[in-house]
Design a protein around this ligand. Structure first.
Ligand code: SER
Length: 336
């Protein structure tokens, strides 16, 4: 029997991940979120805790469990983090450090390395200008790492922190070489779910546009038509997390992986949405700060390392994401 922790379980990834974990044999899931889980999600898990991941008392209670895997999804996203950078740093960095230390202590106690799955982001990249963004194209894991947002700074730091905690923490004491923590991070593109709408992110224009149109509502997009970043359908996001968790450690040549599925402009998304839900008007009212954030993120990522090391490949390109996942599922969600 495996005991798995999911923090931020009430968020968008959490919703889909809990369904996937519920289908796994021999897996006991404990969740943490600021808000109680709804009845449907609650029925999927063994124990649903309510609390703040950056509260040491909450972490001390969690630590009584012999977790084998941790999906640390709790975070403030990019737009929320710009509204309250100090709180973002506290939750995104201190919360992660507290959980990494906890995971490591559990690994030492049980003698089994705890797998720590960390959702990172394209927000770790920072393009100095649109010209640089366009010239860079699909970026690898190791270039253009000058994020301009608190969220991006927090995430790139935590990628490095998790790697350090796995490989070098305790290197000047006799703890060196203790295999207690196995940190693995995925740099997610914007995620689009058919069943939930995100809050507080900057890639939110794509899911907002789709969900608005599905309800017959017009949408004013907060970025320009030419704004381009990579996106992915939520089932692929969850598949990536589970596949990376399942990958044999000896296959992994790095602790942080880019992943991608498709990379449309806002206008290309709007065209597909307008065709799927005719009669809805999509206009553009760029928000200067949110536009600048999107302009600073890369237009695409190179995911060759993920493909090579653990066989990553998305099931949904843009066409299939819309035709077989988003449009039919969203129509059902809104009773269309
Ligand atoms: N979806 C996230 C955001 O927009 C990016 O990782 O903040």
């Amino acid at each position: 029997m495996q005991t798995v922790l999911v923090t931020g379980a009430n968020g968008e990834i959490g919703h889909s991940l809990l369904h996937a974990l519920a289908a796994r044999e021999g897996c006991r899931v404990i969740t943490l979120d600021l808000a109680p889980l709804g009845d449907e999600l609650r029925s999927l898990v063994h124990d649903a805790r309510v609390g703040d991941v950056s509260d040491p008392a909450v972490v001390a209670e969690l630590e009584k469990n012999d977790f084998t895997e941790i999906y640390h999804l709790a975070a403030l996203l990019s737009t929320s983090s710009e509204k309250n950078p100090e709180r973002a740093h506290h939750v995104n960095v201190n919360g992660t450090m507290g959980l990494l230390l906890m995971a490591r202590r559990i690994g030492v106690r049980t003698g089994t390395a705890v797998k720590f799955l960390f959702p990172s982001t394209i927000a770790v990249f920072g393009m100095g200008s649109l010209d640089e963004k366009n010239r860079a194209g699909a970026v690898t894991e190791f270039s253009h790492l000058q994020p301009t947002t608190m969220y991006g700074i927090n995430k790139v730091y935590c990628e490095q922190l998790g790697s350090y905690m796995s490989d070098r923490f305790g290197q000047l004491t006799n703890e060196a070489g203790v295999k207690a923590l196995d940190f693995r991070a995925l740099r997610f593109p914007g995620l689009i779910s058919a069943t939930t709408v995100p809050t507080g992110g900057t890639s939110d224009y794509a899911p907002e546009m789709i969900h608005a149109a599905a309800q017959g509502k017009d949408y004013a997009c907060f970025v320009r038509p030419d704004a381009r970043i990579p996106f992915m359908a939520m089932p692929d996001g969850v598949k990536a997390l589970l596949d990376l968790a399942a990958a044999p450690a000896e296959k992994l040549t790095q602790r942080v992986y880019n992943i991608r599925a498709f990379s449309p402009s806002a206008e290309e998304i709007a065209t597909v949405v307008a065709k799927a839900f005719p009669g809805v008007s999509i206009t553009y009212a760029p928000h200067p700060v949110r536009q600048a954030i999107i302009d600073s993120w890369c237009a695409d990522v190179d995911d060759a390392a993920a493909r090579r090391d653990w066989g990553w490949t998305p099931d949904y390109d843009m066409q299939r994401a819309f035709d077989e996942y988003l449009i039919p599922t969203i129509a059902r969600v809104y009773g269309g």
